[in-house]
Design a protein around this ligand. Structure first.
Ligand SMILES: C[S@@+](CC[C@H](N)C(=O)[O-])C[C@H]1O[C@@H](n2cnc3c(N)ncnc32)[C@H](O)[C@@H]1O
Length: 284
């Protein structure tokens, strides 16, 4: 059975095209995140140069990278497997392309794309490599695509498996007898936190490591349930493709999570969701 966390077809069909769940997550962090500096602002503060050509791998809606168009001189290529997200990205790109650099928008799987001899002095892969199964192949490809003096930004999750939402999720999966493979966290951890740094060090030497913390304090039960449904935890399963998990079982999981959320809110007044991002800035 395929794991949705690492499978581009499932990701595109179930998690990124289905009601644009990515946007729900972004809205959640914008609304409840407690860090006065947003993730987008922190990322942008790390840009210290202007660049000729940018490649954004797994651009999603390009809500951050479209704002970087002002640092470019020639071109920007945005690539994603989800057409719905590329449609939203196009609007952001149009809004922020004040320098009128050449724009290429490609609906492709990064690993399958033949870039020929193209090279970029700014390559970004933000929150995408953790979804790619063959991480060393992906990092080697990024290395090949970047100019000898190029800059690369890679972001991924730092480990948040110990927060209330994650702990409760795995407890419910166990209680409701979900298939054991869904309890396996290896896929999630393979490119997260310290593992991501170690994998990246195998290919790149000059890496600046930045941790961004933005914990959410949530008091609205329904909003937290909505976030849960759009979250990685759901993505680590197979979405509606799981043949051995009935709709009823998914429904039960959601219902029981909602009850747990309400209980915890009334006991504690709020629920803290850990927001931890690992940013790697690489200078070749
Ligand atoms: C968590 S989102 C991040 C989006 C954006 N980079 C950001 O930081 O907001 C991951 C994106 O990677 C895309 N993606 C996943 N696997 C991909 C692949 N193999 N090739 C291209 N895009 C991929 C997904 O469709 C999704 O839009």
């Amino acid at each position: 059975m395929l794991n949705g966390y690492k499978n581009s077809t499932i990701l595109a069909q179930e998690f990124y095209n289905d009601k644009l769940k990515l946007q729900k997550r972004i809205d959640f962090w914008n609304e409840y995140g407690t860090n006065p500096t947003s993730y987008g602002e922190r990322l942008e503060s790390l840009i210290s140069d202007s660049y000729e050509n940018m490649l954004d791998i797994g651009c999603g809606n390009a809500q951050y990278s479209s704002r970087w168009l002002k640092y470019l001189k020639k071109s920007a290529t945005f690539m994603d497997i989800s057409q719905d997200l590329l449609n939203v990205a196009s609007k952001n790109i149009l809004e922020f392309n004040k320098n009128n650099v050449k724009i290429n928008i490609k609906k492709e799987n990064f690993l399958d794309e033949n870039f020929g001899s193209e090279k970029y002095d700014l390559v970004i892969a933000m929150h995408v490599l953790q979804h790619i199964d063959n991480i060393s192949c992906a990092l080697e490809k990024i290395n090949m695509l970047s100019e000898p003096n190029g800059t690369i930004f890679i972001t991924t999750y730092d480990n948040t498996l110990d927060d209330w939402l994650n702990t409760t999720h795995y407890q419910l999966l166990t209680d409701l007898k979900f298939p054991l493979r869904m309890l396996n966290k290896d896929q999630y951890l393979s490119f997260s936190g310290e593992n991501a740094i170690q994998e990246t060090r195998k290919v790149f030497k000059n890496i600046e490591e930045i941790k961004f913390h933005n914990d959410a304090i949530v008091t609205d039960c329904k909003k937290l349930l909505e976030y849960y449904e759009s979250s990685m935890m759901f993505r680590m399963s197979e979405g509606r493709r799981s043949k051995d998990v009935s709709n009823q079982q998914w429904y039960k999981l959601k219902q029981q999570m909602y009850t747990k959320i309400k209980d915890e809110m009334s006991r504690n007044g709020y629920i803290l969701v850990k927001g931890r991002v690992q940013i790697l800035k690489i200078k070749k």
